[in-house]
Design a protein around this ligand. Structure first.
Ligand SMILES: Cc1cc2nc3c(=O)[nH]c(=O)nc-3n(C[C@H](O)[C@H](O)[C@H](O)COP(=O)(O)OP(=O)(O)OC[C@H]3O[C@@H](n4cnc5c(N)ncnc54)[C@H](O)[C@@H]3O)c2cc1C
Length: 244
């Protein structure tokens, strides 16, 4: 791990909808102090008696343990729009486990991390009028070609998905979209294809997550030079498309 990196190189279970690793969260430690759980970050395990007073001063609202809202996600989702010829073509090109249409995947791929809207709604049982209908997980360029061809042939909307970390509503599904909507989760395309050290160039698949990219480049004494706060989960493709 780089001495100045703020992230822990270990992988771990990620929250399905909200930001972060499931081992790390703020917990009350007495009525006026908090502690960060786990051992992933430099602040993990420390009691912080000054955080609540500081935040209260900034937001001008009192913070009390009694006001905690219980998180609950409603998986009572709107019906799927289905385009059978598209689904048949995609099934012919991909393995069964590269296609998902369960409620958790549909909802998780329909939002980013826009906390005041998307995350608040998801974590308080909010309702959604339109969501992703199916999620596909390409593993190669040929898979992507087949998915795009099927989408074009059968008039299905394709939305690429990276780490789902954007804070701009970039993954929000248009509410009045009548066509089937397919999320293309790029994270299985995470290979570094080649590195040209002489010219500082590299060819890397777009689904690689930032932390993984840095750890693998570091093995060769290199860095991408890009260091967003979301590096643990955001992807190369997401960085490029959002101009991060
Ligand atoms: C805690 C936190 C910290 C953050 N810190 C920073 C920061 O320091 N700097 C910064 O700039 N941003 C930051 N962000 C915002 C966010 O991380 C960036 O916008 C990031 O680039 C999004 O990448 P992603 O892979 O998560 O993309 P997603 O959220 O999955 O997608 C974003 C958009 O890119 C498109 N897309 C994704 N992958 C591809 C692909 N392979 N091909 C084509 N289109 C694609 C999607 O369709 C969508 O429109 C932060 C967000 C959070 C939650």
């Amino acid at each position: 791990m780089k001495s100045d990196a703020f992230y822990d190189p270990r992988d771990g279970e990620r929250y399905v909808h909200k930001w972060g690793y499931a081992d790390t969260r703020f917990e009350f430690d007495g009525p006026r102090a908090v502690r960060v759980t786990g051992d992933r970050y430099k602040i993990s395990g420390f009691r912080m008696p000054y955080l609540i007073p500081f935040v209260e001063e900034i937001i001008k609202l009192p913070i009390s343990q009694d006001d905690l809202i219980e998180e609950w996600v409603s998986y009572d989702l709107p019906d799927q729009v289905s385009n059978e010829p598209f689904v048949a073509d995609v099934r012919a090109a991909l393995k069964a486990e590269q296609i998902a249409s369960d409620a958790e995947n549909r909802l998780a791929h329909s939002h980013g991390q826009l906390s005041v809207d998307e995350i608040f709604r998801v974590l308080t049982g909010g309702s959604f009028t339109r969501l992703i209908d199916v999620v596909v997980f390409p593993e190669s360029e040929d898979d992507v070609r087949a998915i795009v061809k099927a989408g074009v042939d059968h008039d299905v909307c394709l939305i690429p998905f990276g780490g789902g970390t954007n804070v701009s509503g970039a993954l929000a599904v248009p509410e009045d979209e009548a066509r089937m909507i397919c999320s293309v989760d790029m994270r299985r395309m995470n290979r570094i294809l080649w590195v040209d050290k002489e010219n500082n160039l590299a060819c890397i698949e777009s689904g690689i997550q930032g932390k993984e990219l840095e750890l693998r480049l570091e093995e060769q004494g290199l860095t991408s030079g890009h260091d967003p706060d979301s590096i643990e989960f955001s992807t190369l493709g997401g960085w490029i498309s959002t101009n991060a």
